[in-house]
Design a protein around this ligand. Structure first.
Ligand code: HH2
Length: 265
């Protein structure tokens, strides 16, 4: 089985759901990113706009101010690859100019279709994620007939779109978007039947870390976040079901747990 790849989260935002405001200051964000790289993150995913349910949108100018210096400094370190977590072409463009090599677009190139041409032209890698609706509305009674086949069809269509726009297929990862327009049951079903998404032939990214479904599964129906231990359990389950990239906030603990899980694979 493949080795797990850890993507460490660096949120340069005042309002992210689990760590909003902690790393809004650029120096604090860079220090945090350095720590995550030293702990074993192969990728640092840097974002300047929260996608939590109900989050307010941020302008491209503001997003650039938040992330650009952080991307540049962490890319210059060379300790980890840099991924820019954005749906905006202009932000991705700026980040690629200063050293990012991966575009993580939670809209899968829908909010800014020109993003695909940018990724193609720059030879960047990308992650295309499923989301039902948008962050303002996505958790209001999400419904599917069959969440797994609907997410699969969506990702299949987005993969074909990206390839049509010139992105090399081997540069594309897919993500079912845990918590993006999904109930606890939807998230569980997506992980339980991950083989259906793996059949698309691309590496799968899973971001379950700290999400509220984990707190609910662990017994608190009103949970707004998930604990570290719950996050690790989900990451190990995702890895054992074939996920390649685990997007996590607590890198050291996940690296340890996944190294042990990998020993049994
Ligand atoms: N989850 C979040 C943000 N970006 N990208 C991918 N590919 N997959 C995910 O599951 C994913 C993502 C939400 O987590 P976080 O960045 O911690 O929170 P916020 O969006 O509030 O900043």
């Amino acid at each position: 089985m493949h080795a797990p790849v850890i993507m460490g989260v660096v949120n340069v935002t005042p309002d992210s759901f689990s760590d909003g405001g902690l790393f809004l200051d650029a120096n604090a964000a860079v220090e945090h990113g350095r720590r995550l790289a030293a702990e074993g993150a192969a990728i640092l995913d840097i974002g300047g706009e929260s996608t939590r349910p109900g989050a307010d949108p941020v302008s491209a100018e503001e997003e650039l101010v938040r992330v650009l210096g952080v991307v540049e400094r962490l890319a210059a370190d060379g300790a980890a690859r840099i991924s820019i977590d954005t749906t905006k072409r202009v932000v991705a463009h700026g980040a690629l100019d200063v050293g990012a090599t991966i575009v993580n677009d939670v809209s899968a190139f829908r909010l800014d279709p020109d993003m695909a041409a940018l990724v193609a032209e720059r030879g960047a890698d990308c992650c295309l994620m499923h989301m039902l609706g948008n962050p303002r509305t996505m958790q209001k009674d999400p419904r599917y007939d069959d969440v797994v086949s609907e997410v699969k069809s969506f990702l299949e269509e987005r993969l074909a779109f990206a390839v049509r726009e010139g992105v090399a297929e081997e540069r594309i990862c897919l993500d079912p978007g845990i918590g993006f327009g999904k109930t606890v049951e939807h998230n569980v079903e997506l992980l339980r039947r991950l083989d259906v998404l793996l059949a698309l032939g691309r590496p799968v990214v899973i971001g379950f870390s700290r999400k509220s479904s984990l707190g609910k599964l662990a017994g608190d129906p009103a949970a707004t976040t998930g604990s570290l231990s719950a996050s690790i359990a989900a990451a190990v389950a995702a890895y054992e079901r074939g996920a390649t990239i685990l997007r996590v906030h607590d890198v050291r603990e996940h690296v340890e747990a996944l190294a042990v899980a990998a020993a049994f694979a």
